[in-house]
Design a protein around this ligand. Structure first.
Ligand code: COA
Length: 170
């Protein structure tokens, strides 16, 4: 009887995760990761961070580009974050951060961030998803470089992102 009650309680749980990044712009690699995460989490909150990378899109432009990718899916929320990720997670009562790992070279940076986030918010766990084989080489900088030289990025970003990139860079 106790076990049945515990199972029912588990079923009632609602799992939320945050997926932070610069998203300048969102690529098919990010979309693949978010879509796969939804098989485990009930809700994914995509957090657009202010960045020292000098993004070509403003934070509200990046937010709009991300929102358009998921506009019909109530399981996805898109927000802009100004302060620390750990503070946002604490405030919202969220204990899971999602990050993607594309290659071994991502590991050291991700390990440092996960450790720092845990230091700031001890209940915060970072869950890593491996990039799928189609996307392991993709990153936003490469996409921007290729398109600025007239290359084809149609298999790397959604159509509306490609159009916005062309407006900015071509
Ligand atoms: N597929 C394709 N590309 C991917 C990808 C995936 N699944 N995951 C990441 N990338 C690419 C991005 O396009 C980006 O490319 P770029 O460097 O050419 O722009 C690169 O990998 C890194 O991207 P991103 O995931 O956006 O990480 P970031 O290093 O830009 O973001 C934050 C770091 C925003 C998560 C971090 O700075 C943060 O949490 N900031 C909030 C403030 C804070 O709490 N700071 C302390 C953190 S300990």
């Amino acid at each position: 009887m106790k076990k049945i009650k515990q199972t029912q309680e588990l079923k009632r749980s609602y799992y939320r995760a945050i997926y932070p990044g610069t998203f300048d712009p969102i690529t098919n690699g990010h979309i693949d990761l978010i879509t796969r995460a939804l098989s485990t989490f009930d809700e994914v909150i995509i957090l657009i961070a202010h960045s020292s990378k000098n993004p070509i899109f403003s934070s509200s432009e990046r937010q709009a580009l991300v929102q358009k990718c998921f506009k019909n899916d109530p399981r996805i929320k898109v927000e802009v974050i100004k302060g620390l990720l750990a503070d946002y997670a604490k405030k919202q009562g969220i204990n899971v951060v999602l990050r993607g790992l594309r290659a071994i070279s991502d590991f050291e940076y991700e390990f440092q961030m996960a450790t720092m986030n845990k230091r700031l918010h001890p209940e915060l766990e970072t869950f890593f998803l491996m990039s799928s084989e189609n996307n392991f080489f993709v990153n936003a900088s490469l996409v921007k470089e290729v398109i600025s030289h007239g290359g084809d990025v149609s298999s790397l970003v959604p159509l509306h992102v490609e159009k916005s990139l062309k407006e900015k860079l071509c």
